[in-house]
Ligand binder design. Sequence first.
Ligand code: ZN
Length: 158
Amino acid sequence: MKVLNLQCAGQQHSFEGWFASEDDFRNQVARGLLECPLCGAKDVLKLPSAPRLNLGAVREREVAPDGVVPPAPLPATSDMFAPAGAGHQATLLKALRELVARTEDVGEHFAQEARRIHYGEAEHRNIRGRASAREAMELLEEGIEVMPLPAAVKDTLQ
Ligand SMILES: [Zn+2]
């Protein structure tokens, strides 16, 4: 499963689409099956991939990437989804690094801890740690937002 960040060409609405693969995405666009959920435009573009779970890659390795529970939407969302460019990638990475630096590393207890925080059983704080693909899916299904860390951010963690 691949989560792609999409945007309609007309009004630049950003939204996510879940696809079996990028080929599946291209196929759906070619057949006019995709449309913007906000304005119905069929002119849909794929944005550079943002830090979301890529369960396709995860399934192959049986281990999910390190993830974090974001405290709130990252700042400057519209800038983050601006057309690709080195500057915007750098801004996104910087924001992520700052976010991650403020998280508590809970390691293997990530799923358990994320759930406890979500249901108010643990102090509300931002955490990072590891989860299996299945755990990550279950968290998402429960409405608990998790986000994988791109390698460029993980590399800065010790
Ligand atoms: Zn739109």
